[in-house]
Design a binder for this molecule. Structure first.
Ligand code: HOZ
Length: 433
């Protein structure tokens, strides 16, 4: 496929932007070659600067559950834009969005809007430490909670993709407060509580992991976290930046019936614009300034455009049958991928929850980061380029989730499966893909 304009832009980008990108996983380091530059998106498709149409399963890494340039989002943004872009003062939309989220996610009695998922997790941790008067945090190997200093420890997503799970520039004293356990390992969590007993402020977890590829929680995992945190006087923080509004209106916590103390949101919440939030029980949230002493602020927090896009998205997601539709699409894609793997005797496993999935090659079970790291990365890179060659754009890393949107219809899913079948047939025979 001709990518002349993308290649020229890539050359220029690397001169002036570190690594050529404004967020590392976009650089395609895990799959090689140079990234496509995108000029526009519509529905389930992206159009690159070389006018190639790509069936998109990245969905801007999760936010675009309605697809690109959804008419209701565009209309809402146009109406809002006419009135101004930011005021640095409260707006009616913020109240409406806060009420909307609290109604949909009952564990959230109050919430604060921020501009990114990173800000949400960073602030949630500060709040948990203030509330408990303790300092340590338990996080899980392979979970990624944004680039917060103390959480860049055995992190998934970009750090896993680039094999940089910890980052220079983060003093050891900052990460000394972080205790890491394997995802889905209840005994390890109990051991951590046993070792650090009354110094643990919170356990932070992606209830469905999306940042080391998709890894669902084992049946006992989330209930055990809820029980152990309550027993030890620590808070349970759900990072639902990916899973919030993706798996159900009430997120993973609704799906699995677990009520965390604090929830972090982002991605879908902003309908494709920069917006995050953290919220939880009233007594915890009321510690925040100006009500309480825990400081947190932001010039563009609750930005009117982001709030308008978020509200329009959440209203669309309130239509009945939306999540059943997404589940049906996810199931169809998963079963199709699995059947083709089987047909061509390619080893691998498809992990999926609802409309988020990951295809791990060369392994037959992925329940934690150690399992994920065993996947066949070379085959993944060939898969990525094989699909791209046929006009299908999957995440350029084995440690990210692919997302299906409401704009993906039967035709799109069949197109993806056809592309996969052609690639798998050749890969199975060891011929050029
Ligand atoms: N945190 C995102 C992946 N889970 C990456 C965002 C981006 O590179 O755009």
């Amino acid at each position: 496929m001709n990518a002349t304009r993308s290649k020229a832009l890539w050359k220029r980008a690397q001169e002036k932007i570190p690594g050529g990108v404004n967020s590392p996983v976009r650089a395609w380091k895990a799959v090689g070659k140079s990234p496509r530059f995108i000029s526009r998106g519509k529905g389930a498709y992206l159009f690159d600067v070389d006018r190639k149409r790509l069936l998109d399963f990245v969905a801007s890494w999760g936010p675009l559950i309605l697809g690109h340039a959804h008419p209701k989002i565009v209309a809402s943004l146009k109406r809002t834009l006419e009135k101004g872009t930011t005021f640095g003062a409260p707006t009616p939309g913020e109240v409406e969005l806060a009420e909307f989220v609290c109604k949909r996610v009952p564990s959230i009695e109050k919430l604060r809007l921020v501009s990114s998922g990173t800000e949400a997790t960073m602030s949630a941790i500060r709040l948990a430490r203030a509330f408990t008067g303790r300092s340590k945090i338990i996080k899980f190997d392979g979970c990624y909670h944004g680039h917060v200093d103390g959480l860049l420890v055995r992190a998934g997503s970009g750090p896993a993709t680039l094999a940089l799970p910890d980052s220079p520039g983060v003093p050891a004293s900052f990460t000394a407060e972080t205790v890491v356990a394997p995802f889905n390992d209840v005994a390890a969590v109990e051991a951590a509580f046993g070792q650090y007993t009354s110094t643990i402020a919170a356990v932070i977890v992606e209830p469905v992991c999306g940042n080391m590829g998709v890894i669902p929680p084992l049946t006992e995992f989330l209930p055990a976290l809820r029980e152990a945190t309550a027993r030890h006087g620590a808070l349970l923080i759900f990072d639902e930046v990916i899973s919030g509004f993706r798996l159900s209106t009430g997120g993973a916590q609704e799906l699995y019936g677990i009520s965390p103390d604090i929830t972090c949101l982002g991605k879908i919440l902003g309908g494709g614009l920069p917006l995050g939030a953290f919220g939880g029980r009233r007594e915890i949230m009321d510690l925040l300034a100006p009500e309480g002493p825990v400081y947190q602020a932001g010039t563009l927090s609750g930005n009117p455009l982001a709030v308008a896009a978020g509200l329009a998205t959440l209203r669309e997601l309130s239509r009945s049958g939306v999540y059943a539709e997404l589940e049906g699409k996810g199931k169809k894609l998963q079963e199709g991928l699995e059947a083709i793997l089987d047909q061509h005797r390619l080893s691998g496993v498809v992990n999926r929850v609802g409309s988020m999935l990951t295809l791990f090659f060369g392994v037959d079970r992925v329940q934690n980061a150690a399992d994920a790291r065993c996947c066949d990365r070379d085959r993944f890179a060939r898969f990525f380029h094989g699909m791209l060659k046929r006009g299908v754009y999957f995440p350029p890393s084995p440690f990210e989730a692919a997302f299906i949107s409401l704009a993906h219809g039967r035709r799109e899913l069949e197109k993806a499966l056809q592309a996969f079948e052609v690639w798998a047939r050749r890969e199975g025979k060891g011929t050029p893909r």
